[in-house]
Design a binder for this molecule. Structure first.
Ligand SMILES: Nc1ncnc2c1ncn2[C@@H]1O[C@H](COP(=O)(O)OP(=O)(O)OP(=O)(O)O)[C@@H](O)[C@H]1O
Ligand SMILES: [Mg+2]
Length: 246
């Protein structure tokens, strides 16, 4: 498998607060990759750096072979077409119904006719496992799990190669979270998507991720599969995987 995202020697500072002090990771094409670590360890920041929403003070990140350190505005726009981001709750437009929400990126970024956009939106909703009856409902009429599915359908609308998710199951009850996990796993294989997600959910770690990294003391303590993590002798990692159970 080839590397699709490569971070080298990343240094991130907010004033005097050093968050990353030489972070290195390799995300392979087609895998579901997790970013783990304690609260405030810099997981979301690292993900935001990969999608160019956050600058870093040292090192470089290559996405699909392209360095983002000194990327031009034009190249950045081109590169951004390759991914979708699923933000946390509240990401849907409350004034638009479900199908309008999913259609929105297609209306904004393509010149496809209205009927085609509607068909694509319907197929993405189906893929995300949303009940057909919900197609014309508004976000306020949906459960948390349904909202996540709509957000997922919208993220899939532009057929991304990479999908970024930040704590996608937070705020869901355990059953909805497990269903969402299963869906993410299925879509990853079906669409050959590379998925990068920040998570601390032990179910997700066990059942969804192919590999993950753990940020600890500003660096990468571990990168690999759960099998490898179990053999990795470090109290912080053991403690961390245990903590995740609660
Ligand atoms: N825009 C910002 N300005 C200043 N400090 C920031 C900013 N964004 C993040 N930080 C700091 O960077 C550190 C890492 O934050 P980050 O949100 O990446 O952590 P996290 O690992 O995602 O934590 P959590 O699990 O709580 O979401 C924290 O100390 C935070 O205060
Ligand atoms: Mg975070």
């Amino acid at each position: 498998m080839s590397t699709i995202i490569k971070a080298r020697d990343i240094i991130t500072k907010f004033g005097t607060n050093i968050v990353h002090d030489g972070v290195n990771i390799d995300i392979k094409e087609g895998e579901v990759y997790g970013i783990l670590g304690g609260s405030g360890s810099g997981k979301s920041t690292l993900m935001r750096e990969m999608i160019m929403l956050q600058s870093f003070q040292g090192g470089d990140i290559e996405v699909m072979g392209k360095s983002i350190k000194n990327i031009s505005y034009k190249d950045a726009i081109e590169l951004k077409k390759n991914w979708a981001v699923l933000f946390q709750f509240g990401a849907l437009y409350s004034s638009l119904n479900v199908i309008e929400n999913v259609s929105q990126p297609l209306i904004e970024y393509t010149n496809l006719p209205k009927e085609v956009i509607e068909q694509i939106a319907l197929s993405k909703l189906k893929m995300s496992g949303l009940k057909e009856e919900a197609t014309y409902l508004f976000p306020s009429e949906l459960s948390g799990g349904m909202k996540k599915r709509v957000a997922l359908a919208r993220a899939l609308a532009m057929e991304p190669k990479i999908m970024f998710l930040d704590e996608p199951t937070s705020g869901l009850d355990p059953v909805s979270a497990e269903n969402f996990d299963r869906l993410v796993r299925e879509l990853a294989s079906l669409l050959n998507l590379t998925i990068v997600m920040v998570t601390h959910d032990l179910h997700t770690i066990e059942h969804v991720l192919d590999r993950f990294c753990v940020i600890y003391e500003k660096k990468i303590l571990f990168e690999g599969s759960l099998e490898e993590a179990k053999k990795f002798e470090h109290y912080a990692l053991r403690e961390f995987l245990k903590v995740g159970k609660n």
